[in-house]
Design a binder for this molecule. Structure first.
Ligand SMILES: N[C@@H](CCC(=O)N[C@@H](CS)C(=O)NCC(=O)O)C(=O)O
Length: 222
């Protein structure tokens, strides 16, 4: 039996969605973040040494890293579904977006989250304005313009593709869903209507809804 080790407020939600799309039986082990540090609990390190979510176990096999988990599930349990064949014109799009989500977009989004938390950390009162200035400068001068550039690329791709790899849902959409949902929760998407529509299409899928029933609604770190 596949077990999804699901950390609250995390990107493991999409693995549950993928399993629902594939119709593969699974169980969920729930983990709570430390309320002060927001880090995963130590118990997750007993599953995989990095203690990050998502991680799945399939019998004695442990698979960590969203992209690797998605490829594992699609290859082992997909029976050719949710992935274009290598000679399909959409295969390269599939590969690109599957890797892009965690390789390019998520690191910038995590960077923004971390910098925006710096001024909230405990520190002497006189250090706060300095911390605010440095972290604000990093977000405004470096991170945010790059996130916006990335989102413009995604928007222009979705303007001419229903799903990331063409007209049919693939696992690349599953991988891309989390950063776009996170972007949508933190910014107004009026200027990015194709991203907004993509998120709506994802969240309307019966398989996505079934996943949410088992994990609870998608919540994000503030
Ligand atoms: N690139 C990894 C990132 C994993 C990751 O950082 N997960 C976060 C949750 S969204 C986590 O476990 N954070 C808790 C911690 O670092 O203690 C993946 O996609 O699997």
């Amino acid at each position: 039996m596949i077990i999804v080790h699901h950390l609250e407020k995390s990107r493991s939600q999409r693995i549950v969605w993928l399993l629902e799309e594939l119709g593969v039986p699974y169980e969920i082990e729930h983990y709570k973040r430390d309320p002060n540090t927001m880090l995963a609990p130590e118990s997750l390190r007993r599953v995989h040494p990095l203690g990050k979510s998502p991680v799945i176990t399939d019998g004695d096999t442990v698979v960590a890293e969203s992209g690797a988990i998605i490829e594992y599930l699609v290859e082992k349990h997909g029976g050719g579904r949710l992935k274009p064949a290598v000679d399909d014109p959409n295969w390269l799009n599939y590969q690109y977006w599957l890797h892009y989500a965690e390789g390019s977009l998520m690191p910038l989004m995590v960077m923004k989250l971390i910098f925006s938390r710096v001024p909230k950390a405990p520190m002497p009162f006189f250090a706060k304005p300095i911390a605010k200035k440095i972290s604000g400068g990093m977000v405004g001068g470096f991170v945010q313009p790059r996130i916006e550039e990335q989102l413009r690329l995604v928007e222009s791709h979705l303007a001419s593709h229903t799903w990331f790899a063409g007209e049919a849902l693939t696992a690349a959409d599953v991988q891309m869903s989390f950063p776009l949902q996170a972007a949508g929760a933190r910014a107004n998407l009026d200027a990015l209507p194709h991203i907004r529509d993509f998120i709506q299409r994802v969240e309307a899928r019966p398989a996505y809804q079934r996943g949410i029933e088992r994990t609870g609604p998608l919540e994000l770190l503030g």
